[in-house]
Design a protein around this ligand. Structure first.
Ligand SMILES: [Zn+2]
Ligand SMILES: [Zn+2]
Length: 245
């Protein structure tokens, strides 16, 4: 039903266990047409080296009809909203998701989390905020949703926040989806896979969207074209291998 997954980690992040090949095989099984590999930005303790991101250009764009996006899950580093994906890295990646991770940004106050997240969106390089519903990083949900709509940044309803990590995200995610709906912004679903077996798992995210009656036309995973149009609207170059997607 949702053929696009925008959040997956490979063995390049050492707490994840699958390869690009594993994800392609699983995409075929699950009917995923386009997915992004988004390993952790280099400031995270077990992240790949900067060269990992710079060399993603050697990946094929399409394998067996499945499109592969070169992504990063960058870290929001400070209240100025700086991220660990800058300069030439930004040109190598198709998709920048960014979020809070405790080793890089230890939780502080709701005011500071909100300020950092809004500045990260305002700075212009981030396309999606990962797991904004994380209860360890409370935010002013209304303010973040308004800024996300203003800057055309999607807020992620992270499917694994309900399975293994970030316990207590459920209520926050409902409030986020509802606030984004009212603000006129976008949401994305992300499996946040750390093994390929969960690629395309969106059952929890879809349940949240249904609960707030979120408009389907503003969920970016509904078709590959919708997501590609979003990235082009955000100023990313057209990827010629994907023109028929
Ligand atoms: Zn994350
Ligand atoms: Zn992740």
């Amino acid at each position: 039903m949702y053929p696009v997954d925008l959040h997956a980690h490979t063995v390049a992040s050492s707490h994840a266990y699958s390869t690009l090949h594993d994800y392609i095989a699983q995409a075929k099984i699950r009917g995923i047409k386009l997915f992004a590999i988004t390993d952790h930005g280099p400031d995270m303790v077990d992240a790949p080296h900067y060269w990992h991101f710079m060399n993603m250009r050697i990946w094929p764009r399409v394998v067996d009809g499945i499109g592969i996006l070169r992504g990063i899950e960058a870290n929001i580093k400070n209240t100025q909203g700086e991220i660990d994906c800058t300069g030439p890295m930004l040109e190598q990646v198709d998709l920048v998701i960014a979020g809070f991770h405790e080793p890089v940004f230890p939780p502080t106050t709701q005011e500071e989390h909100t300020e950092a997240m809004i500045n990260a969106m305002a700075n212009g390089d981030v396309h999606i905020i990962s797991h904004p519903g994380n209860p360890k990083f409370p935010i002013d949900i209304e303010a973040v949703a308004a800024a996300a709509a203003k800057y055309n940044v999607a807020l992620e309803i992270n499917n694994s926040s309900f399975e293994h990590s970030r316990k207590g995200s459920g209520e926050n995610c409902i409030a986020i989806a509802d606030a984004v709906k009212r603000a006129g912004g976008y949401i994305t679903f992300g499996s946040d896979s750390h093994t390929a077996f969960t690629l395309g798992d969106f059952a929890n995210s879809a349940k949240i969207a249904a609960q707030v009656d979120f408009p389907e036309e503003r969920i970016l995973n509904v078709t590959p074209r919708r997501l590609l149009n979003f990235l082009e609207m955000r100023g990313k170059p057209i990827i010629t291998e994907f023109v028929d997607f």
